[in-house]
Design a protein around this ligand. Structure first.
Ligand code: AMP
Length: 614
């Protein structure tokens, strides 16, 4: 390993094996949420953190709690609850990476949509860390395959998402089944009342961690973002670099490794580009900056730490290849352009899950950030053609090129060649294997969309809580035709029947959470939901694979098997679950509906009219 143990992290009191993995990952300094959250968590205090994905919050809780984990004691000590299987996997992977050099740590992810067999086997090995979605964690607790008696810390990750997906009662239930002495870290991008209530009930005198934001930006800087979808960030950067008129470009990435990788890629594509990171000796860093100033470099790819204080008037473009971890860093980064009264452009690459950060940046900078589309392959090819023509014209110099002229004249005369064919052959030789043009079909291929952030709008479309003043009509049976999914016009929806309804304590969020996790389906694709006494209907995209349908048939929500099948209006009123609804432990229904039939917890819908009994 290199000798550069990340200084900032070391001063936070983290043990050496963890620092070693951070060094390997290329983390140079703690992000604000890490700097503020790690010390109290290391001391065993509870933490209430306002942070979202992209801020480094996973490391903020994982590093100190790993430091407090007893590696030689094979029983679950840290439980992380996450809203989706995707996030559970990500967190588990991150914890594994951070604990690479800590001997004997086992991490297990448990989530819906996969069989129990492998999860049971993993749980038997006595992992110290269990990361799971609330539904599956509850299942394992009920089966006795997960024991929380030795839990020292619980992390609630993306608590507001768990609330939105209808898991908050499950979260409360799980917390109630952990030892009172445990430490709790709650992270949430927003703090709605229900989350504050969770904090008040389960956290002891928590240290509150909220990152302050700076609000000044230069109005000479035009801010834009590209929603990362369908193309690799490297290709996107290349397309922008090839089509934007720029003097010098500053590209910001998160890690030291990324500075090298991106710089290599841009160099391989003909740009004069260098990385700038904390591992590069100061002298060489200064040299790179001097070259950028002198116009001998086109771009620098840097981490925040390495770019501190950099002042180069020529920088006309800042690319946030990785979105920064807080708004203040964003303001610092884009401040590298628009210097000395010049105009500047800042373009951020934003992934679906990072859109919230974008909104925060807009709020903090009080400027709208306009979405851009990437230049098309055709645009890029036009540019390449023009550049090629310019280069050829600039290279015409009969005196200087006399040797080549003589050789080519000979070749032409001896072979009776068309001079244009000859020139083309020379150009092809110069170009080598790499095609001059991008394949324009690339833009026509279907592109995988990044997951959409979950917007409240979707909630309304699914028929969740009515907005203030909005009234629901009393209905005795569902509409027979599925509704098209707004905002996703190409998706053909199919209406399905599921064997769980109000009398089992169902709220729309329970169904959304279960379907999203079990079928690994973006919740944005879950359409309209209507809940009736004994059953519900839900619109889902057509063409779901049989495997997924089988998983959904068997999935359990509020103690009921979904038994999902295509909806038939003629059968709906007679279809009822075969058994009376099962009550969960402690007399509480799994869906969290309280006794007396009122769905009175915050996130669920206000009670929609019941279907009159036949
Ligand atoms: P998170 O907010 O936990 O989802 O983290 C977002 C990304 O930032 C992940 O790719 C992390 O690996 C990365 N990251 C977290 N902390 C740091 C750090 N201190 N320096 C550089 N990258 C980091």
């Amino acid at each position: 390993m290199s000798e550069t143990i990340p200084a900032g992290f070391a001063s936070l009191g983290l043990p050496f094996p963890i620092l070693r993995s951070l060094d390997e990952l290329g983390y140079e300094a703690p992000s604000p949420i890490q700097a503020a959250g790690i010390p109290p968590l290391l001391e065993g205090k509870d933490v209430l953190g306002m942070a979202q994905t992209g801020t480094g919050k996973t490391a903020a809780f994982a590093l100190p709690l790993l430091a407090r984990t007893q590696a030689d004691f094979k029983s679950p000590q840290v439980l992380v609850l996450a809203p989706t299987r995707e996030l559970a996997q990500q967190v588990a992977e991150a914890v594994k990476t951070y604990s690479r050099y800590v001997d004997g740590i086992n991490v297990t992810a448990i989530y819906g949509g996969t069989d129990y067999g492998s999860q049971l086997r993993e749980l038997k090995r006595g992992p110290q860390w269990v990361v799971g979605t609330p539904g599956r964690v509850m299942d394992h607790l009920r089966r006795g395959s997960l024991n929380l008696a030795d839990i020292k810390a619980v992390v609630l990750d993306e608590a507001d998402e768990m609330l939105r997906m209808g898991f908050i009662d499950d979260v409360n239930w799980i917390l109630e089944h952990t030892p009172r002495s445990r430490q709790v870290a709650l992270f949430s991008a927003t703090m709605p009342r229900e989350i504050q209530q969770v904090a008040e009930t389960h956290l002891k005198d928590p240290v509150q961690v909220k990152i302050q934001t700076k609000t000044t930006t230069n109005d000479k800087i035009t801010q834009k973002y590209w929603f990362v979808a369908g193309a690799h960030k490297n290709d996107a950067l290349l397309r922008l670099a090839e089509t934007e008129e720029f003097d010098a470009m500053m590209v910001f990435v998160r890690t030291k490794q990324a500075t090298e990788e991106v710089a290599d890629f841009m160099q391989a594509n003909g740009f004069r580009c260098q990385p700038l990171n904390g591992d590069i000796p100061q002298q060489l860093r200064e040299k790179a900056v001097e070259k950028l100033k002198a116009g001998q470099l086109d771009m620098i790819v840097a981490t925040d730490v390495a770019a501190r204080g950099l002042d180069v008037e020529r920088i006309s473009h800042v690319i946030n290849y990785d979105i920064p971890q807080d708004t203040e860093s964003y303001v610092h980064r884009i401040g590298r352009t628009g210097r000395a009264g010049r105009e500047g452009v800042a373009i951020a690459f934003v992934r679906g899950r990072e859109k919230r950060m974008l909104r925060d940046i807009e709020r903090a900078t009080r400027q709208q950030i306009e979405e851009i589309q990437l230049p098309t392959a055709k645009d890029v090819n036009e540019r390449r053609k023009t550049r090629f023509q310019q280069q050829v014209l600039e290279a015409i110099n009969p005196e200087k090129n006399k040797i080549f002229r003589d050789i080519l004249e000979n070749v032409q005369l001896q072979n009776e060649l068309d001079p244009l064919d000859l020139a083309a052959a020379v150009a092809a030789l110069m170009q080598g294997e790499k095609p001059l043009f991008i394949d324009e079909n690339e833009d026509r291929r279907p592109r995988r969309e990044e997951r959409e952030p979950r917007e409240p709008r979707e909630r309304r479309e699914r028929g969740d809580r009515p907005e203030r003043g909005e009234r629901r009509e009393r209905k005795s049976s569902p509409d027979s035709a599925p509704r098209p999914l707004k905002g996703k016009p190409d998706v053909e929806m199919i209406r399905y029947w599921v064997g769980v309804g109000y009398e089992h304590g169902l709220k729309p969020g329970n169904l959304v959470g279960a379907i999203a996790n079990e079928a690994d389906l973006d919740s944005g694709f879950i359409g309209h939901i209507e809940i009736f006494d004994a059953y519900s209907v839900v619109d889902l995209p057509g063409g779901m694979p049989n495997e997924t349908m089988n998983v959904l048939k068997k999935a359990r929500v509020c103690g009921q098997s979904l038994n999902m099948r295509p909806y038939r209006a003629d059968l709906s009123s007679v279809e009822r679950p075969a058994r009376p609804p099962r009550r969960a432990e402690g007399g509480r229904s799994e869906g969290g509906r309280s006794e007396g039939g009122r769905a009175d917890r915050g996130n669920g819908p206000r009670r929609a009219p019941r279907k009159p009994r036949a």
